[in-house]
Design a protein. Structure first.
Length: 697
């Protein structure tokens, strides 16, 4: 009979599986043990009563392993369940000493360790990366004065003004209560029902329906603290502050059709992109900025600074850029770090403080509370990823589930006088250096009211829409048409249309036209919207210089091509900062003209062009003849064309271009030796092509 005792070939050579009874110290270090350190002799077979008999209850090795497995998951986050994260550092480049005592914002040149997690909001932990959604942008700074968690989004405003509406908002956007779908999509009845009934959400809806809702990469999103915070200086003087992140790679989005196809081709598109970029040394970076506003300046703003549905246009209050964030290390373990990280907006070092923003006020309770059910214990701060790393943490809190520390000494109360008797007295409060709250004057009756100053729901939605370029406006209108077309209850659509008339009549007409519905009368706005100055900083198109950095170009190759032609394109792309992937009909690669084999990075059918920023077709005549019979090849080219990407080609590719319906424009570039035209085109998309390939609202 075959010896089934050691099923795995690797384990067969490990001491203990080979029947050796005495082991060296080195071997003991490597050996597999139970959770309690008992060496395991066989990790392939459970303990049975006879070769073909039942498994025995006494097999604690089996029971421990299965039981641990049964409890591997913790509840996923209620929102922002799907996320990807990385380690890095924050470096201050300019001091904010005048405004704050927080050392993280005053010690120029100091590098502070950080852990940043990006997320979608609506989908579950296993959902895809590219739905239309807001992206979370949460950064934990391990500062010398305790952790600072800046838990923001990639959109600077929020759907609601008061925390009491958050559960309703989230219930409305997540899968519907009875049917359990859709997963990770806002295009459904309950979301738009809620939106139509909550005009305060209109401004954020404009952002979510803009191309910001479908980012190309997590490395190419902006970030915002959203809520208004305070900075406090040594004299306890306060200013209001809004926090900003600006991506070094610029802001870039996908086309909707592309985002949908990416979801199928690579559900982990953003996670993979972030991981691979960091693994290859291409570290994502953001500039950190603040908008600072005094109380008097805030009073003069045409909106309430405490209202999270409003932003402060940069043209009104410029952003001061004072630092940078670099992500340079992937997590070692997804669960221990990305899943168990617990962000708390209440984590702030002295010198940073909250405002009375009623949305923020609710968040101050919610995050700590949710960690208790997610991580299961008040001691979640002891998990390595959550521990304050920049300074000690010590107090008289004791015990609790999963206490991993072993506090010493007799005193677990304060005040105590034990230090006077030669014993450890424990830590003491620090009135000068401890956390301070702004001495806000409170005066008023208890009320459940929304301030009058929160009543304008449309002026900034209008400003946002009117600040966009025509192509971006068309995308917003088209996205709303798409979403409302998935709404099955016509009055829900009508209510949204009625609200849109308060934003912009042209937008409302376009959406009504796209739905082929009559425009209903405008809804009543609580206060009439005003025309604010457009803010060009709210655009994507043209905001950042075109770049190939961080972008990927696919070179589609076939048997029989000249290897130097491929090299030329690759060098041109790499010189412009892009990365190159060789795509071939088969993963084993192609036979080049001279008889050398070129391995491929991706197989054509599994690597559609939606995964790349531009494509180059370096194919032979015979290779093209084969490709013409393969829909994957035709889709590869056609999708690149309809997603407005640059296409470089050699003459032999012409029949493929023709079959894919590609018509010439400046982004369809004949590849010529020495010319950099293709790399230049690949750095942007040809928005003007869009009219030709898609019906926009
Ligand atoms: Fe959150 N939010 N939120 N949120 N949020 C959570 O906390 C909540 C809000 C944001 O990568 C939860 O640890 C309430 C605004 C991010 O782990 C929960 C309200 C902004 C993340 C929670 C808001 C955010 C969360 C779920 C309204 C942008 C993911 C799991 C008062 C500034 C952080 C968790 C990560 C996560 C509550 C509104 C951003 C349930 C009650 C506004 C980026 O506590």
């Amino acid at each position: 009979m075959a010896d089934l005792k050691t099923g795995g070939s690797d384990t067969a050579s490990l001491p203990g599986n080979g029947g050796e009874l005495r082991q060296t110290a080195a071997a003991a270090e490597k050996r597999l043990t139970t959770n309690h350190g008992v060496p395991v002799s066989d990790n392939q077979n459970s303990l049975k009563g006879g070769e073909r008999g039942p498994t025995l209850l006494e097999d604690f090795v089996l029971r421990e392993k299965i039981q641990h497995f049964d409890h591997e998951r913790i509840p996923e986050r209620i929102v922002h369940a799907r996320g990807s994260a990385a380690h890095g550092f924050f470096e201050l480049t300019q001091s904010l000493e005048e405004f704050t005592s927080a050392r993280i914002l005053t010690e120029v040149g100091a590098k502070t360790e950080v852990f940043a997690r990006f997320s979608t909001v609506a989908g579950g932990a296993g959902s895809v990366d590219t739905p239309r959604d807001v992206r979370g942008f949460a950064v934990k700074f391990y500062t010398k004065e305790g952790n600072w968690d800046l838990v923001g989004n990639d959109i600077p405003v929020f759907f609601i003004q008061d925390a009491i509406k958050f559960p309703d908002l989230i219930h409305a956007v997540k899968m519907e209560a009875d049917r359990g779908y859709p997963q990770a999509a806002s295009a459904h009845d309950t979301f738009w029902d809620f939106i139509g009934l909550m005009p305060e959400s209109t401004h954020m809806v404009m952002w979510a329906m803009s191309d910001r809702g479908i980012p190309r990469s997590l490395r190419m999103i902006e970030g915002f603290g959203v809520n208004t915070f305070r900075l406090l200086n040594d004299r306890n003087e306060a200013v209001f502050v809004k926090f900003h992140w600006r991506p070094k790679l610029g802001l870039q989005s996908t086309c909707w059709d592309e985002a949908v196809k990416i979801a199928g081709a690579d559900p982990d598109y953003h996670r993979r992109d972030l991981y691979e970029a960091i693994a290859s040394g291409d570290f994502p970076e953001w500039e950190f900025g603040v908008q600072i506003v005094t109380a008097e300046e805030a009073d003069a703003l045409p909106f309430d600074i405490l209202d999270a549905t409003k932003l402060i246009p940069e043209e009104m209050v410029p952003i001061r850029f004072v630092g940078r964030l670099v992500l340079n290390r992937n997590p070692d373990n997804f669960f221990a770090e990305t899943e168990q990280v617990a962000f708390l907006p209440t984590n702030m070092p002295p010198g940073i403080d909250v405002s009375e923003d009623p949305l923020l006020q609710g968040r101050l309770f919610s995050y700590q509370d949710t960690q208790l059910s997610r991580l299961g214990t008040v001691n979640f701060h002891q998990l390595p990823i959550n521990q304050a790393k920049g300074c000690p943490f010590q107090n008289f809190q004791r015990d609790g589930k999963m206490q991993t520390q072993v506090p010493t000494g007799r005193a677990n109360y304060e005040p105590n006088s034990l230090a006077n008797f030669g014993e450890a007295g424990g830590p003491r409060e620090d009135p000068a250096g401890g956390f301070r709250s702004y001495g806000l004057n409170l005066d008023g009756s208890k009320v459940r009211l929304r301030a009058e100053s929160f009543a304008d729901h449309y002026s900034q939605a209008r400003m946002f829409y009117r600040s966009q370029t025509p192509i971006e406006q068309a995308h917003i209108a088209t996205a709303i048409v798409f979403e409302l077309s998935k709404v099955t209850i016509p009055p829900v659509r009508l209510r949204v249309l009625a609200n849109l008339r308060n934003v912009d009549e042209d937008l409302a007409k376009r959406v009504a036209g796209g739905l082929n519905m009559d425009l209903p009368p405008s809804s009543d706005a609580a206060v009439p919207p005003i025309d604010m100055e457009p803010s060009p900083a709210l655009r994507i198109v043209g905001k950042y210089p075109p770049s190939l950095e961080g972008r990927a170009v696919a070179i589609l190759v076939t048997d029989g091509v000249d290897g130097t032609a491929i090299d030329d394109v690759a060098k041109m792309v790499e010189a412009a900062g892009g990365t190159v992937k060789i795509i071939a009909p088969k993963i084993g690669g192609v036979m080049l003209e001279g008889g050398n084999k070129l391995p491929a990075d991706g197989q054509l059918a599994g690597s559609p062009s939606v995964l790349f920023d531009a494509i180059a077709l370096v194919v032979s005549e015979s290779g093209t003849a084969e490709l013409l019979k393969d829909s994957a090849a035709v889709d590869f080219v056609q999708d690149a064309f309809v997603h407005l990407k640059a296409i470089g080609f050699v003459p032999a590719a012409q029949p493929l271009l023709d079959k894919a319906g590609v018509t010439p424009d400046e982004w369809i570039v004949a590849l010529k030796k020495g010319s950099k035209e293709f790399a230049k085109a690949a750095a942007t998309r040809n928005w003007e092509r869009e009219d030709q390939v898609r019906t926009l609202a």
